[in-house]
Write a protein of this length. Structure first.
Length: 348
Protein backbone atom coordinates (compact mmCIF):
# COMPACT_ATOMS: atom_id res chain seq x y z
CA UNK A 1 0.00 0.00 0.00
CA UNK A 2 1.20 3.49 -0.77
CA UNK A 3 0.66 6.36 1.63
CA UNK A 4 -2.40 7.32 -0.41
CA UNK A 5 -4.22 4.03 -0.38
CA UNK A 6 -3.80 0.30 -0.73
CA UNK A 7 -1.87 -1.77 -3.11
CA UNK A 8 0.97 -3.92 -4.27
CA UNK A 9 3.20 -0.85 -4.35
CA UNK A 10 3.89 -1.25 -0.64
CA UNK A 11 5.35 -4.68 -1.16
CA UNK A 12 7.44 -3.58 -4.13
CA UNK A 13 8.52 -0.04 -3.26
CA UNK A 14 8.77 -0.70 0.46
CA UNK A 15 11.82 -2.90 0.00
CA UNK A 16 10.37 -5.92 1.80
CA UNK A 17 8.83 -9.14 0.62
CA UNK A 18 7.73 -8.46 -2.94
CA UNK A 19 4.20 -9.28 -4.02
CA UNK A 20 3.92 -11.98 -6.65
CA UNK A 21 3.11 -10.03 -9.80
CA UNK A 22 1.64 -12.52 -12.23
CA UNK A 23 1.50 -12.12 -16.00
CA UNK A 24 -1.90 -11.57 -17.54
CA UNK A 25 -3.42 -15.06 -17.34
CA UNK A 26 -7.07 -14.92 -18.24
CA UNK A 27 -8.33 -18.46 -18.77
CA UNK A 28 -10.80 -19.65 -16.15
CA UNK A 29 -13.48 -22.30 -16.27
CA UNK A 30 -17.13 -21.37 -16.43
CA UNK A 31 -19.33 -21.85 -13.40
CA UNK A 32 -22.98 -22.65 -13.10
CA UNK A 33 -26.12 -22.09 -11.14
CA UNK A 34 -24.67 -22.45 -7.63
CA UNK A 35 -23.03 -19.02 -7.72
CA UNK A 36 -23.73 -16.51 -4.95
CA UNK A 37 -25.34 -13.34 -6.22
CA UNK A 38 -25.82 -9.73 -5.29
CA UNK A 39 -28.18 -7.17 -6.72
CA UNK A 40 -27.34 -6.03 -10.22
CA UNK A 41 -25.27 -7.58 -12.96
CA UNK A 42 -22.86 -6.64 -15.70
CA UNK A 43 -21.20 -3.24 -15.64
CA UNK A 44 -17.61 -2.14 -15.88
CA UNK A 45 -16.46 -3.56 -12.60
CA UNK A 46 -16.44 -7.23 -13.46
CA UNK A 47 -18.16 -10.03 -15.24
CA UNK A 48 -21.34 -9.79 -13.25
CA UNK A 49 -22.86 -8.95 -9.90
CA UNK A 50 -22.20 -12.27 -8.16
CA UNK A 51 -19.42 -14.58 -7.04
CA UNK A 52 -18.43 -17.97 -8.38
CA UNK A 53 -19.35 -20.68 -5.90
CA UNK A 54 -16.42 -21.70 -3.71
CA UNK A 55 -14.10 -18.99 -5.01
CA UNK A 56 -14.19 -16.86 -1.83
CA UNK A 57 -13.74 -18.19 1.73
CA UNK A 58 -17.26 -18.83 3.02
CA UNK A 59 -16.99 -16.50 6.01
CA UNK A 60 -16.19 -13.56 3.73
CA UNK A 61 -18.81 -14.11 1.02
CA UNK A 62 -21.60 -11.96 2.57
CA UNK A 63 -19.21 -9.06 3.08
CA UNK A 64 -17.66 -9.27 -0.39
CA UNK A 65 -21.15 -9.29 -1.93
CA UNK A 66 -22.24 -6.34 0.22
CA UNK A 67 -19.08 -4.36 -0.47
CA UNK A 68 -19.36 -5.05 -4.19
CA UNK A 69 -22.89 -3.62 -4.28
CA UNK A 70 -21.87 -0.11 -3.19
CA UNK A 71 -21.40 1.24 -6.72
CA UNK A 72 -21.76 0.06 -10.32
CA UNK A 73 -18.06 0.03 -11.23
CA UNK A 74 -16.77 -2.06 -8.33
CA UNK A 75 -18.43 -5.49 -8.43
CA UNK A 76 -17.92 -8.31 -5.90
CA UNK A 77 -15.44 -10.06 -8.21
CA UNK A 78 -13.30 -6.91 -8.25
CA UNK A 79 -13.32 -6.76 -4.44
CA UNK A 80 -12.29 -10.42 -4.25
CA UNK A 81 -9.57 -10.14 -6.92
CA UNK A 82 -8.16 -7.07 -5.21
CA UNK A 83 -8.02 -8.82 -1.84
CA UNK A 84 -6.07 -11.68 -3.38
CA UNK A 85 -3.63 -9.23 -4.95
CA UNK A 86 -3.30 -7.22 -1.73
CA UNK A 87 -2.99 -9.87 0.97
CA UNK A 88 -3.67 -13.33 -0.42
CA UNK A 89 -6.74 -13.48 1.86
CA UNK A 90 -4.59 -13.16 5.00
CA UNK A 91 -6.52 -10.96 7.49
CA UNK A 92 -3.36 -10.52 9.60
CA UNK A 93 -1.14 -9.43 6.71
CA UNK A 94 1.26 -6.54 7.30
CA UNK A 95 3.53 -5.12 4.61
CA UNK A 96 7.09 -3.89 5.24
CA UNK A 97 5.85 -0.30 5.18
CA UNK A 98 2.96 -0.88 7.56
CA UNK A 99 -0.07 -1.67 5.37
CA UNK A 100 -2.51 -3.81 7.32
CA UNK A 101 -5.13 -6.51 6.95
CA UNK A 102 -6.99 -8.12 4.06
CA UNK A 103 -7.21 -4.87 2.10
CA UNK A 104 -3.81 -3.46 3.13
CA UNK A 105 -4.84 -0.07 4.47
CA UNK A 106 -2.18 2.27 5.81
CA UNK A 107 -2.84 3.48 9.38
CA UNK A 108 -3.00 7.05 8.05
CA UNK A 109 -5.66 6.13 5.46
CA UNK A 110 -7.81 3.82 7.55
CA UNK A 111 -9.57 6.52 9.67
CA UNK A 112 -11.08 8.07 6.53
CA UNK A 113 -12.70 4.84 5.33
CA UNK A 114 -12.85 2.38 8.19
CA UNK A 115 -16.06 1.80 10.18
CA UNK A 116 -17.34 -0.79 12.61
CA UNK A 117 -19.34 -2.54 9.90
CA UNK A 118 -19.88 -5.80 11.76
CA UNK A 119 -20.90 -4.05 15.00
CA UNK A 120 -18.34 -5.73 17.24
CA UNK A 121 -17.47 -2.48 18.97
CA UNK A 122 -14.27 -1.64 17.11
CA UNK A 123 -13.12 -0.46 13.71
CA UNK A 124 -9.94 -2.17 12.57
CA UNK A 125 -8.19 -3.00 9.27
CA UNK A 126 -7.49 -6.41 10.81
CA UNK A 127 -11.23 -7.04 11.15
CA UNK A 128 -12.16 -8.72 7.82
CA UNK A 129 -15.69 -7.30 7.63
CA UNK A 130 -14.51 -3.76 8.36
CA UNK A 131 -11.64 -4.06 5.87
CA UNK A 132 -13.75 -5.46 3.04
CA UNK A 133 -16.43 -2.78 3.40
CA UNK A 134 -13.85 0.01 3.70
CA UNK A 135 -12.13 -1.28 0.57
CA UNK A 136 -15.37 -1.01 -1.40
CA UNK A 137 -16.10 2.48 -0.05
CA UNK A 138 -12.64 3.67 -1.01
CA UNK A 139 -12.73 1.98 -4.42
CA UNK A 140 -16.10 3.56 -5.21
CA UNK A 141 -14.92 6.99 -4.08
CA UNK A 142 -11.87 6.66 -6.32
CA UNK A 143 -14.07 5.56 -9.22
CA UNK A 144 -16.17 8.71 -8.76
CA UNK A 145 -13.03 10.81 -8.57
CA UNK A 146 -11.53 9.47 -11.79
CA UNK A 147 -14.88 9.81 -13.57
CA UNK A 148 -14.73 13.48 -12.61
CA UNK A 149 -11.18 13.77 -13.93
CA UNK A 150 -12.28 12.23 -17.22
CA UNK A 151 -15.28 14.55 -17.59
CA UNK A 152 -13.02 17.57 -17.01
CA UNK A 153 -10.50 16.31 -19.56
CA UNK A 154 -7.82 15.75 -16.91
CA UNK A 155 -7.51 11.99 -17.42
CA UNK A 156 -8.42 9.27 -19.89
CA UNK A 157 -8.77 5.53 -19.66
CA UNK A 158 -11.16 2.90 -18.30
CA UNK A 159 -12.68 3.93 -14.98
CA UNK A 160 -11.96 0.59 -13.32
CA UNK A 161 -8.30 0.68 -14.39
CA UNK A 162 -7.83 4.22 -13.10
CA UNK A 163 -9.65 3.55 -9.82
CA UNK A 164 -7.43 0.54 -9.12
CA UNK A 165 -4.35 2.55 -10.07
CA UNK A 166 -5.46 5.29 -7.68
CA UNK A 167 -5.89 2.72 -4.88
CA UNK A 168 -2.32 1.62 -5.48
CA UNK A 169 -0.50 4.87 -6.22
CA UNK A 170 -2.94 7.53 -5.06
CA UNK A 171 -5.35 9.69 -7.09
CA UNK A 172 -2.65 12.35 -7.42
CA UNK A 173 -0.65 9.99 -9.62
CA UNK A 174 -3.63 9.56 -11.97
CA UNK A 175 -3.95 13.34 -12.26
CA UNK A 176 -0.19 13.79 -12.73
CA UNK A 177 -0.07 11.38 -15.66
CA UNK A 178 -3.54 12.26 -17.01
CA UNK A 179 -4.53 8.60 -16.74
CA UNK A 180 -2.65 5.42 -15.93
CA UNK A 181 0.50 6.27 -13.90
CA UNK A 182 3.79 5.32 -15.49
CA UNK A 183 4.82 3.16 -12.56
CA UNK A 184 5.55 -0.44 -13.48
CA UNK A 185 4.32 -1.74 -10.12
CA UNK A 186 1.02 0.11 -10.52
CA UNK A 187 0.47 -1.19 -14.05
CA UNK A 188 1.30 -4.72 -12.87
CA UNK A 189 -1.10 -4.28 -9.96
CA UNK A 190 -3.99 -3.29 -12.24
CA UNK A 191 -3.21 -6.06 -14.74
CA UNK A 192 -3.06 -8.68 -12.01
CA UNK A 193 -6.39 -7.72 -10.49
CA UNK A 194 -8.11 -7.72 -13.88
CA UNK A 195 -6.58 -11.12 -14.65
CA UNK A 196 -8.03 -12.47 -11.40
CA UNK A 197 -11.58 -11.14 -11.87
CA UNK A 198 -12.80 -14.18 -13.89
CA UNK A 199 -11.60 -16.47 -11.08
CA UNK A 200 -14.24 -14.94 -8.81
CA UNK A 201 -16.98 -13.69 -11.14
CA UNK A 202 -20.25 -15.55 -11.50
CA UNK A 203 -21.10 -16.32 -15.09
CA UNK A 204 -24.65 -17.38 -14.24
CA UNK A 205 -26.63 -20.01 -16.09
CA UNK A 206 -25.00 -20.61 -19.44
CA UNK A 207 -27.75 -22.02 -21.61
CA UNK A 208 -29.63 -19.73 -23.99
CA UNK A 209 -31.38 -20.23 -27.29
CA UNK A 210 -31.26 -19.02 -30.86
CA UNK A 211 -34.32 -16.90 -31.67
CA UNK A 212 -36.76 -18.45 -34.12
CA UNK A 213 -35.90 -17.68 -37.74
CA UNK A 214 -32.28 -16.72 -36.97
CA UNK A 215 -29.06 -18.66 -37.31
CA UNK A 216 -27.29 -17.19 -34.29
CA UNK A 217 -28.18 -15.53 -31.02
CA UNK A 218 -26.91 -12.05 -30.23
CA UNK A 219 -23.54 -12.28 -28.48
CA UNK A 220 -24.67 -9.67 -25.94
CA UNK A 221 -27.75 -9.26 -23.81
CA UNK A 222 -30.47 -6.82 -24.80
CA UNK A 223 -30.23 -4.68 -27.93
CA UNK A 224 -26.75 -3.14 -27.95
CA UNK A 225 -26.10 -0.35 -30.46
CA UNK A 226 -23.99 -1.11 -33.54
CA UNK A 227 -21.11 1.36 -33.58
CA UNK A 228 -19.29 0.02 -36.65
CA UNK A 229 -20.75 -2.52 -39.10
CA UNK A 230 -18.93 -5.03 -41.28
CA UNK A 231 -17.42 -3.49 -44.41
CA UNK A 232 -14.69 -1.25 -45.78
CA UNK A 233 -13.69 1.67 -43.57
CA UNK A 234 -10.76 3.84 -42.50
CA UNK A 235 -9.04 1.99 -39.66
CA UNK A 236 -9.09 4.27 -36.58
CA UNK A 237 -5.57 3.27 -35.47
CA UNK A 238 -3.72 2.16 -38.61
CA UNK A 239 -5.26 5.00 -40.68
CA UNK A 240 -5.57 2.89 -43.82
CA UNK A 241 -8.74 1.91 -45.64
CA UNK A 242 -9.37 -1.78 -45.02
CA UNK A 243 -12.09 -4.31 -44.38
CA UNK A 244 -13.69 -4.15 -40.96
CA UNK A 245 -14.07 -7.88 -40.51
CA UNK A 246 -16.87 -7.91 -37.97
CA UNK A 247 -19.58 -5.92 -36.22
CA UNK A 248 -18.81 -3.62 -33.30
CA UNK A 249 -21.33 -3.13 -30.51
CA UNK A 250 -21.08 -0.21 -28.12
CA UNK A 251 -21.18 -1.70 -24.61
CA UNK A 252 -19.29 -1.04 -21.39
CA UNK A 253 -16.13 -2.80 -20.29
CA UNK A 254 -16.97 -5.88 -18.26
CA UNK A 255 -20.20 -6.63 -20.15
CA UNK A 256 -20.59 -10.41 -20.64
CA UNK A 257 -19.66 -11.55 -24.18
CA UNK A 258 -21.81 -14.59 -25.04
CA UNK A 259 -21.49 -17.54 -27.42
CA UNK A 260 -23.74 -17.06 -30.46
CA UNK A 261 -24.21 -20.82 -31.04
CA UNK A 262 -23.21 -24.14 -29.52
CA UNK A 263 -19.67 -25.05 -30.44
CA UNK A 264 -16.11 -25.92 -29.44
CA UNK A 265 -13.45 -23.39 -28.42
CA UNK A 266 -10.53 -23.60 -30.83
CA UNK A 267 -8.61 -20.55 -29.60
CA UNK A 268 -8.53 -18.56 -26.36
CA UNK A 269 -5.60 -16.23 -25.95
CA UNK A 270 -3.78 -13.12 -27.11
CA UNK A 271 -3.84 -12.20 -30.80
CA UNK A 272 -2.04 -8.89 -31.41
CA UNK A 273 -4.57 -6.55 -33.02
CA UNK A 274 -7.50 -8.50 -31.57
CA UNK A 275 -6.16 -8.48 -28.03
CA UNK A 276 -7.80 -11.16 -25.87
CA UNK A 277 -9.64 -13.33 -28.36
CA UNK A 278 -11.85 -16.43 -28.33
CA UNK A 279 -12.69 -18.45 -31.47
CA UNK A 280 -15.53 -21.00 -31.45
CA UNK A 281 -16.10 -23.60 -34.17
CA UNK A 282 -19.77 -24.38 -34.85
CA UNK A 283 -19.16 -27.20 -37.30
CA UNK A 284 -20.76 -27.42 -40.72
CA UNK A 285 -23.83 -25.31 -41.44
CA UNK A 286 -25.31 -25.34 -44.94
CA UNK A 287 -22.24 -27.13 -46.26
CA UNK A 288 -19.87 -24.45 -44.90
CA UNK A 289 -17.53 -24.57 -41.91
CA UNK A 290 -18.67 -21.78 -39.54
CA UNK A 291 -16.78 -20.14 -36.69
CA UNK A 292 -17.37 -17.05 -34.59
CA UNK A 293 -14.81 -14.84 -32.85
CA UNK A 294 -15.02 -12.59 -29.77
CA UNK A 295 -12.35 -9.91 -29.55
CA UNK A 296 -10.69 -7.11 -27.53
CA UNK A 297 -11.92 -8.66 -24.27
CA UNK A 298 -10.55 -7.69 -20.86
CA UNK A 299 -10.71 -11.36 -19.87
CA UNK A 300 -12.04 -14.68 -21.07
CA UNK A 301 -13.74 -17.48 -19.19
CA UNK A 302 -13.34 -20.48 -21.51
CA UNK A 303 -10.39 -22.59 -22.62
CA UNK A 304 -9.33 -24.39 -25.80
CA UNK A 305 -11.18 -27.66 -26.31
CA UNK A 306 -14.13 -26.64 -24.13
CA UNK A 307 -17.63 -27.20 -25.51
CA UNK A 308 -19.90 -24.21 -24.98
CA UNK A 309 -23.62 -23.61 -25.30
CA UNK A 310 -25.40 -20.72 -26.96
CA UNK A 311 -25.67 -17.88 -24.47
CA UNK A 312 -22.75 -19.08 -22.36
CA UNK A 313 -20.33 -16.36 -21.35
CA UNK A 314 -16.98 -16.65 -23.10
CA UNK A 315 -15.42 -13.52 -21.63
CA UNK A 316 -15.87 -9.88 -20.68
CA UNK A 317 -15.89 -6.90 -23.05
CA UNK A 318 -12.75 -4.79 -22.89
CA UNK A 319 -10.36 -2.70 -24.98
CA UNK A 320 -7.28 -4.86 -25.57
CA UNK A 321 -5.31 -4.99 -28.82
CA UNK A 322 -5.93 -2.37 -31.52
CA UNK A 323 -8.85 -0.65 -29.86
CA UNK A 324 -9.79 2.94 -29.16
CA UNK A 325 -12.15 2.08 -26.29
CA UNK A 326 -14.29 -0.68 -24.79
CA UNK A 327 -16.53 -2.42 -27.33
CA UNK A 328 -17.58 -5.88 -28.48
CA UNK A 329 -16.06 -6.85 -31.85
CA UNK A 330 -17.90 -9.94 -33.12
CA UNK A 331 -17.00 -11.87 -36.28
CA UNK A 332 -18.37 -14.74 -38.33
CA UNK A 333 -16.06 -16.88 -40.49
CA UNK A 334 -17.30 -19.11 -43.31
CA UNK A 335 -14.76 -21.63 -44.60
CA UNK A 336 -12.05 -19.46 -43.06
CA UNK A 337 -13.21 -16.21 -44.67
CA UNK A 338 -14.80 -13.30 -42.83
CA UNK A 339 -18.43 -12.62 -43.73
CA UNK A 340 -20.97 -10.08 -42.55
CA UNK A 341 -22.35 -11.15 -39.13
CA UNK A 342 -25.56 -9.16 -39.61
CA UNK A 343 -27.49 -11.78 -41.65
CA UNK A 344 -26.44 -14.51 -39.22
CA UNK A 345 -27.77 -12.46 -36.30
CA UNK A 346 -30.97 -11.57 -38.15
CA UNK A 347 -30.01 -7.89 -38.35
CA UNK A 348 -30.43 -7.81 -42.14
Amino acid sequence: MSENGGGVAAWVVGGGVAAVILPLILIVGASGADDASAEGSGGAGGVGGGLKSGSVPAEYVPWVLKSGAQCDVIKPAVIAAQIEAESGWNPKAESPVGAQGLSQFMPTTWPSWGRDDDGNGRSSPFDPADAIMAQGRYDCALARDVEGYKKRGKASGETLDLALAAYNAGPGAVLKYHGMPRYEETRNYVDRIKSLIPKYASVGKSVGKIPRGKQMAMPLRGKPPITSPYGMRMHPILHVRKLHTGTDFGVAAGTPFLAARDGKVTFAGWSNGYGNRVVISHGTIGGKQISTTYNHMMSFSVSVGQHVKVGQQVGAVGSTGYSTGPHAHFEVMQDGQYVDPAPWLGLK
